[in-house]
Design a protein around this ligand. Structure first.
Ligand SMILES: [Fe+2]
Ligand SMILES: [Fe+2]
Length: 250
């Protein structure tokens, strides 16, 4: 894994967005309230400390190709915390209230602890893919300039996050057989689909107020998933080829 590339990317992505918060908010009450509530749920989700990934780091320490991954992970968690701060500003602009607890967030955290560390990681990945689709919906539909601008920035960052995870998990899977990888992808799709439905259900007052159709949200979720799986498979194949070339060269 090209860890240095990711560290440089995260380090080069810290410039704050210049946003005109003084611009008057022109938004119908029917959208302002559900949008504020919906963003507050995502704000809570972005405040995680990356503890699951950190626990997993212990497994890759010492493995070829992952030197420095811990540092890249710190930078990644820092970027998520910046998102939490941006979301807090958006919630405040909408007159909403930040949350400390929320049912779907709590359910998500509980479900991911049900099985093993691998499943926890999988749920984390699913959340990343859904976040990409969610912020893209907002970027397209919200007309308020400052919120649109923040959502565009978060979408850009989230696309980078899913590419970062695809490279990491793809390389970790390179020793799996192609059949095993195919089975993994199949169950990942099922979990992703169920999570999409939960997110839609939880945020549907906001989506409805924005005029978003379920098919549109599903389509964006599906697109993020397919891109992720394609990148992960490519990383697995390339890591396998690299290992093979090293063996031949010995
Ligand atoms: Fe994020
Ligand atoms: Fe993310």
């Amino acid at each position: 894994m090209n860890v240095g590339k990711w560290i440089r990317r995260f380090e080069g992505n810290t410039a704050e967005e210049e946003v005109d918060w003084e611009a008057p908010l022109e938004m119908a009450e029917g959208l302002r309230v559900p949008l504020g509530e919906s963003l507050a749920i995502f704000q809570l989700g972005e405040t995680g400390t990356g503890s699951t990934l950190r626990r997993y780091v212990e497994r890759v320490q010492g493995m070829d190709g992952f030197a420095g991954y811990e540092k890249a992970l710190e930078k990644f968690v820092g970027e998520e915390h910046r998102h939490a701060a941006m979301l807090a500003k958006m919630v405040s602009r909408l007159g909403g209230t930040l949350l400390e607890k929320q049912w779907s967030n709590g359910l998500f955290r509980r479900v991911r602890k049900l099985i093993n560390l691998e499943f926890q990681l999988q749920m984390l990945l699913t959340a990343e893919l859904l976040a990409e689709a969610y912020y893209e919906v907002l970027r397209r539909k919200v007309e308020d300039g400052p919120i649109k601008q923040f959502c565009a920035r978060i979408v850009k960052d989230e696309v980078g996050h899913t590419a970062f995870h695809a490279e990491f998990f793809g390389e970790l899977q390179h020793e799996w057989s192609s059949l095993w990888r195919m089975l993994w992808r199949w169950q990942f799709r099922v979990v992703h689909r169920v999570t999409c439905a939960v997110v839609w259900w939880d945020h549907h007052p906001c989506f409805r107020a924005l005029g978003v159709r379920r098919e549109e949200f599903d389509q964006l979720c599906g697109r993020a998933l397919r891109t992720y799986l394609r990148r992960m498979e490519r990383a697995a194949v390339e890591a396998g080829e690299g290992a093979w070339e090293q063996m031949v060269a010995l």
